[in-house]
Ligand binder design. Structure first.
Ligand code: ATP
Length: 320
């Protein structure tokens, strides 16, 4: 019999986490369950920062960015003693199940916790879209829209000065933000793990554009791959294009979630309660596949690698 469910947000914050929190809490209350929040992610769990909440707690948060219950990182959660302490705290509060909204790292932590008899459900909330068990994470759509709106603005100024702009976006292990932004912006180039830099090809293209008097060139680059200032210098030397760099940084995390993220958050949040109430389902991770909300056993989900959309790279190359 499930009486008490707790929910936390963990890892990097993502727009839509609040909308998801709202959905989890309201769906739980709808089924007559006592709902709890854990402040500051897995670290807050180990410190016992747990509080019972009612429907009022979720008022006016659907459109708010960040996470009102905050997030934190706790690298020590890899230590079984710390995981055991977390499990004991949940037992002390008589919590029957835990819903965690976060990325791959969070799911690994939840998986460890599930081995102590705690039923856990993971919901993918992270801007990078780097979770293997889902085609889309909560926060990705909003971050992509933010990047596109920044690039739109940069295009205005680049075009006025006939410049090349190198724009660094998040996604160190997964180039989805870079690739989808490049596609949505009709960028002249994209550099990410799935689409590595081919210098000669890039310089040839930019030289041609310069000769044709093109007003601007936009190149989207994933973080952590190369030094964009070095590359900008090289582009200037090799192509004569006046080149500037922009690092969008944490701007990409903020802002009110897109309608798409809010809807995904509502669907996944409600599903988490269905899973907890299903006495035959063990601990699971929720995802989206082919537009449908799905869930997978947690041990299987944490081993999956994210595959980028079939044909995306070819489409970007063809339309450049
Ligand atoms: P994002 O990718 O958006 O930052 P994430 O959930 O992957 O989200 P991490 O910082 O990797 O973010 O992980 C969040 C927390 O999960 C960590 O601070 C740690 O407490 C726990 N965690 C991460 N990796 C593991 C692991 N291998 N085993 C157990 N716990 C882990």
């Amino acid at each position: 019999m499930i009486r008490r469910i707790a929910v936390l947000t963990s890892g990097g914050d993502a727009p839509g986490m609040n909308a998801c929190l709202r959905a989890v809490i309201r769906a739980g209350l709808f089924h007559g369950i006592s709902m709890y929040v854990i402040y500051e992610g897995l670290r807050g769990l180990v410190e016992g920062k747990i509080e019972q909440v009612d429907k009022d707690f979720t008022q006016d948060i659907i459109n708010r960015g960040g996470t009102i219950i905050r997030s934190a990182r706790l690298p020590e959660f890899k230590d079984p003693k710390i995981v055991k302490r977390a499990a004991n705290i949940l037992q002390d509060f008589e919590i029957d199940a835990l819903v965690g909204i976060g990325g791959d790292g969070t799911f690994r932590g939840l998986n460890d916790l599930s081995k102590y008899g705690i039923k856990v459900v993971g919901i993918p909330g992270t801007i990078d879209n780097d979770v293997g068990s889902t085609e889309q994470t909560i926060g990705f759509s909003t971050a992509l829209n933010t990047i596109c709106s920044c690039i739109d603005k940069l295009k205005d100024t680049c075009g006025s000065h006939q410049r090349c702009s190198l724009i660094e976006v998040m996604g160190r292990h997964c180039g989805d933000l870079a690739m989808y932004a490049a596609l949505a912006e009709g960028a002249e180039g994209v550099i990410c793990v799935e689409h590595p830099l081919k210098e000669d090809q890039l310089f040839r293209k930019l030289r041609k554009m310069k000769a044709q008097n093109k007003s601007h060139a936009i190149i989207v680059v994933s973080e952590n791959l190369l030094d964009i200032n070095e590359l900008a210098k090289k582009i200037e030397e090799e192509t004569g294009f006046d080149t500037r760099t922009e690092v969008l940084g944490r701007l990409q995390r903020g802002g009110s979630p897109s309608a798409e993220d809010r809807i995904l958050a509502a669907r996944m949040g409600a599903r988490s309660i269905d899973i907890v109430l299903d006495k035959d389902s063990g601990s699971r991770i929720i995802g989206m596949r082919g537009g449908q909300i799905v869930d997978l056993p947690i041990e299987e989900a944490v081993e999956m690698k994210h595959e980028h959309t079939h044909g995306l790279r070819q489409l970007i190359d063809m339309l450049q």
